[in-house]
Write a protein that binds this ligand. Structure first.
Ligand code: FAD
Ligand code: SF4
Ligand code: SF4
Length: 475
């Protein structure tokens, strides 16, 4: 096999900022997380002239939103409204994107010198592809003989060991999965730019910034944690993000099919609060968006499968946002059945259907029904646990703590570090975007006060500015 000649980068390397404030790897703001919250925050800061580094752990920016089908309550195509934001961030001269990147440490240094700086130590995992050389032609992907389940498609279809992460990924650069690669060399043979780097090693990066915004989002609680719902082992019990993929225009099958046997389902059920408001799962809070996304998915399903019966088993319907109640009423008018019930357990049947055992809350008592496919509205958990990485305070629910939730909701307990989107708690896209704008504004205010302070050191005005910094960072 023709392994590329590039030698591994063992020593720490500094990333060059674009339009930074004074040298290599120095940015005004560091944004951790490249979902819609991180992208909106970075765009709002960059449009004001601040340089930003966006650090994303995945191979593409876009977060959960780029993986959705359509969005409530407008039913806009998720990809059509997320892709322009992703592209705007990628092309902004003040924004540097770092993908496949983990944050190892975020700390404030020299805090006694006018607030000091935030220093982030990062590890960039190898793509095994030279990102500068790759032109995204996909020839490697077509040539690769290895097929593995594609997590980007809910595990329902296959992907190659080397591939562009998904059709509208940004950057459009290949990534090779060493766990499944057979090292057959076929990708390197066909690559027109000799971009394959089998020997690429992780790189240590060090970034400096004056402010940071945590936009690390959420993850769904695993179905495998839910004993009474089959521990993830019942084939036709899926989670809500998997259903988003079945409904998406570029989904695994191009239409909604039952995963176990490819049958078109005649009866689909939703189990609400499957991982929220449930002390046994350690999630006592409401995940806030599940009612609305279940209603949205049910409406989309009744559009694509007009003859199917769709049932939503719910404890309460929480349709709290603008036009959300109307959206719920529209779903009822479309014939979607809402059953106020607590689902006790799910069982597989021989033919592939799923038996739902539930207690009707309107007095009908314990009952059982069969559905061809069951979707679990799992809970939203924090996307990132900072642990020892960064001394930011965490709230009792596990999300980043906001120290002035009523007056400055993006403020964290760490001076100069702000939070946006689902990193601070479950929320929908509207609230995420609003909060990202707020976090960018708070960070900009903090940066402006810091700049003023640095220019006017040891004057009475500087002391006023210093007070203003403290106000911006502590509420
Ligand atoms: C099934 C489902 C359907 C939904 N449908 C809708 C809808 O129709 N309408 C609506 O308004 N809302 C919907 N939502 C909610 C919506 O997905 C969220 O509001 C939105 O994604 C929050 O954006 P975010 O950027 O805060 O978080 P995320 O989208 O989770 O993005 C966070 C990003 O941070 C990255 N990250 C995490 N940790 C780190 C780290 N340590 N270092 C670097 N990067 C990191 C992640 O990889 C990710 O890219 C839905 C949610 C679900 C689960
Ligand atoms: S690695 Fe090579 S073959 Fe694969 S997408 Fe990039 S340029 Fe094309
Ligand atoms: S070397 Fe690995 S990634 Fe490349 S074609 Fe062979 S199996 Fe696929």
């Amino acid at each position: 096999m023709d392994s590329a000649a590039h030698s591994p980068q063992d020593s720490p390397q500094v990333v060059t900022g674009t339009g930074g404030t004074g040298g290599m790897g120095v940015f005004d703001a560091l944004v951790i997380g490249g979902g819609i919250a991180g992208l909106q925050t970075a765009l709002d800061l960059a449009d004001q002239g601040y340089s930003c580094a966006v650090v994303e752990k995945d191979a593409s920016i876009g977060g959960a939103m780029i993986r959705l089908s359509k969005v409530f309550p407008t039913l806009d195509c998720a990809s059509c409204i997320t892709t322009p934001k992703m592209a705007a961030a990628a092309h902004h001269e003040k924004i540097t994107l770092l993908t496949c990147c983990d944050v190892d440490r975020l700390e404030r240094v020299n805090a006694d010198e006018d607030g000091g700086s935030l220093v982030a130590t990062l590890t960039q995992r190898p793509r095994h592809v030279d990102i500068e050389a790759c032109i995204g032609c996909r020839k490697c992907e077509y040539a690769c003989p290895v097929l593995t389940p594609d997590a980007e498609q809910g595990g329902f279809s296959g992907r190659k060991a080397i591939r562009i992460p998904f059709s509208n990924a940004i950057p459009q650069k290949a990534v090779l999965d060493v766990e499944h690669c057979m090292l057959c060399g076929k990708c390197a043979e066909v690559c027109p730019t000799q971009a394959i780097r089998y020997d690429q090693k992780p790189e240590q990066l060090r970034l400096e910034a004056r402010a940071a915004v945590l936009a690390t989002g959420f993850r769904l609680s695993p179905v495998a944690d839910k004993r009474q719902y089959g521990l993830g082992a019942i084939p036709n019990v899926i989670d809500s993000l998997q259903m988003e993929r079945l409904l998406a225009p570029h989904g695994p099958y191009g239409r909604v099919l039952r995963p176990s046997d490819g049958m078109i389902p005649d009866s689909i059920a939703y189990v609400q609060c499957a991982g929220s408001r449930d002390a046994s799962m350690g999630v006592g809070y409401c995940s806030r968006v599940c009612c609305m996304y279940a209603i949205k998915q049910a409406m989309l399903l009744s559009g694509s499968l007009p003859l199917a019966d769709i049932t939503i088993y719910y404890m309460d319907i929480r349709a709290f946002g603008k036009n959300y109640e109307q959206f719920y009423q529209n779903a009822k008018a479309m014939g979607i059945e809402f059953v106020k019930a607590k689902v006790a357990s799910l069982d597989p049947t021989e033919g592939g259907a799923v038996t739902v055992h539930y207690e009707d809350q309107t007095g009908a008592g314990v009952a059982t029904r069969e559905h061809d496919l069951v979707v679990l509205s799992m809970g939203m958990l924090p996307g990132w646990q900072p642990g020892q990485v960064c001394p930011v305070a965490i709230a009792a629910d596990g999300f980043i703590d906001t120290v002035a939730p009523k007056t400055l909701p993006s403020l964290t307990a760490m001076p100069g570090v702000f939070v946006a989107g689902a990193a601070a708690g479950p929320k929908d896209i509207v609230d995420t975007i609003t909060e990202a704008g707020g976090a960018a504004m708070q960070a900009a205010k903090y940066l402006a006060a810091r700049a003023a302070n640095a220019g006017l050191a040891r004057t009475p005005q500087a002391r006023t500015e210093k007070a203003s910094i403290q106000e911006a960072s502590h509420g």
